[in-house]
Design a protein around this ligand. Structure first.
Ligand code: DQA
Length: 145
């Protein structure tokens, strides 16, 4: 069976491409899904990209990943900086977890410098724009290869 990678996205990322493009760029989450699927096809990985504005939905998807995913790529968006619940859920997942931030969060406001999710993430990408998802997929392929 082809290993599945869940690419989870938190609040406001449904507006990617239209939301503060000077920070997050003009590419949409559909563009990200297509780019990740293309890397997956090369690397023998299936991808499933999901987005929610609701913390509990992200937690539920992480629980589902326990059953069906070999790895998780997650941009928790604002939940990065607030959510012990997302961290606790990720701590129940046994495969690799890669945290992605489109912007370079350490160059931004102080409240973006701390990440609960980084307590669990095996690797963190920040400041690569949406290309960070592609790099995360390549690293996931390397880890699972
Ligand atoms: C973000 C950075 C977060 O601080 C912010 O709340 C987001 C997006 C990023 O991808 O750069 O919504 O995770």
């Amino acid at each position: 069976m082809t290993p599945m990678i869940h690419i989870l996205n938190g609040p406001n990322l449904n507006l990617l491409g239209r939301r503060q493009p000077e920070i997050y760029g003009r590419e949409t989450l559909d563009d990200v899904a297509a780019a990740c699927a293309a890397i997956g096809a090369e690397a023998g990985l299936e991808t499933r990209l999901l987005q929610s504005n609701w913390e509990g939905q992200i937690v539920d998807w992480i629980h589902e990943a326990r059953e069906s995913a070999a790895g998780i790529i997650i941009n928790p968006a604002a939940l990065t900086h607030t959510s012990v619940a997302v961290l606790d859920a990720l701590n129940t997942f046994e495969g690799p977890v890669i945290e992605v931030h489109i912007s370079q969060v350490h160059k931004r406001e102080a409240f973006r410098h701390h990440s609960y999710v980084s307590h669990r993430a095996d690797a963190v990408m920040a400041g690569f724009g949406v290309h960070g998802y592609v790099l995360a997929m390549r690293h996931m392929a390397h880890l699972l290869g």
